[in-house]
Design a protein around this ligand. Sequence first.
Ligand SMILES: C[S@@+](CC[C@H](N)C(=O)[O-])C[C@H]1O[C@@H](n2cnc3c(N)ncnc32)[C@H](O)[C@@H]1O
Length: 408
Amino acid sequence: MTAEPLPPLSGAELLQRFQALDKFLVAHQALWKPRPFTHQTLSWESQHAELAAWLRSRTLEQAEASHNQPTELDSAPAPFPELALQADRLSQIGDLPQQPSADLPPRFSVDVPGRKWQQIRAFGDSLGFTQAPQHWLDWCAGKGHLGRVLAHGGQKLTCLEYDPALVASGAELSSRLGIKAQHIEQDVLAEGAATQLHAEHSPVALHACGDLHVRLMHLASAAGCRQLAIAPCCYNRVAAADYQPLSTAAKGSPLRLSLDDLALPMSETVTAGNRVRQQRDQSMAWRLAFDLLQRELRGVDAYLPTPSLPPAWLKKPFSDYCHDLAGLKDLPAPGTQDWQRLEATGWQRLAEVRNLELLRGLFRRPLELWLVLDRALYLQEQGFEVRLGQFCAPHLTPRNLLLLAERA
Ligand SMILES: C[S@@+](CC[C@H](N)C(=O)[O-])C[C@H]1O[C@@H](n2cnc3c(N)ncnc32)[C@H](O)[C@@H]1O
């Protein structure tokens, strides 16, 4: 017997799920907030010594293999399996029903990278609004590929984007494809952006970062728009120093989220080629080794943030890397060191950090869902009926949650 597919969340389920997630995230903050990369030992390790020792004993390859599915690591000591079960249950969310649209001429996908094209098609096929939209507004449109797909049936299209080069290429593509569209250069965070939104617009936003999609929710609600579709991303790209809750429920939650916390949902690694992975690992292992050195040089047992460095730095001998980075951070010169040992310790720390991060990984999707539900509840408060579901498989994009809002 095949299980019934899960439906998207809607109505009272949105608040119920938010409350359940809130309880889970609040109760286990001590497990997911501290970052193993910046703390040599984590406060929870004394309480869950067996789990900590088990995670620390695993290899980098084992961490890598579990990274994208930490909830499947059921051989870990307690409380990992129980938390994994709860995280899994709380993260369950159905796919939005799709109405496959008519085939588009191949020229529509010219200039659109393969995965982006599939995301756009899936986004468009998932909208299912009750009333037919008349005027699409593609918010942070880039070249406006999404808008053109939606408007190819003849509806009006306005694309807002602040990068003039993208605005120009978008306008050219639209005219080449015979789509009547207005591509407007507009910083959507600027005061004037409010004048671009009107009640007849159906705004759509595919992967507009943090403040950008939140701004859309505020402006579209105030402008009286009847429909809205948002696939959020980059919850940490916000001007404020910490999370500003939107809905009454989130405002009442004891959860306080820093920018570091807000980066957790985006922390799964995308499938990278060997060379990219090797570079990423080396960069992190060297940083972790330097972290030990800088604690000694400063006489302060605390993490010191370092800037991101050009890839050429990883081609230097490790000792030069440390000397140069110490210089960059105005630290005393490192003097004589056992560089080989220090570098090996960095790699060992990397394996431990990656494995300890698996515990944080259990909270990645629950936190993302909490954040998106805050948006869903805000829109409900603005008089929208809201549905929340997945619009595509995670391998097309891990940011695969889509909020659909419609006012009667
Ligand atoms: C992740 S891309 C998404 C583009 C498009 N929606 C897509 O899915 O291909 C985000 C877009 O937002 C634009 N953007 C960033 N900040 C903006 C702002 N303040 N006002 C308008 N557009 C902005 C970027 O230039 C970029 O094109």
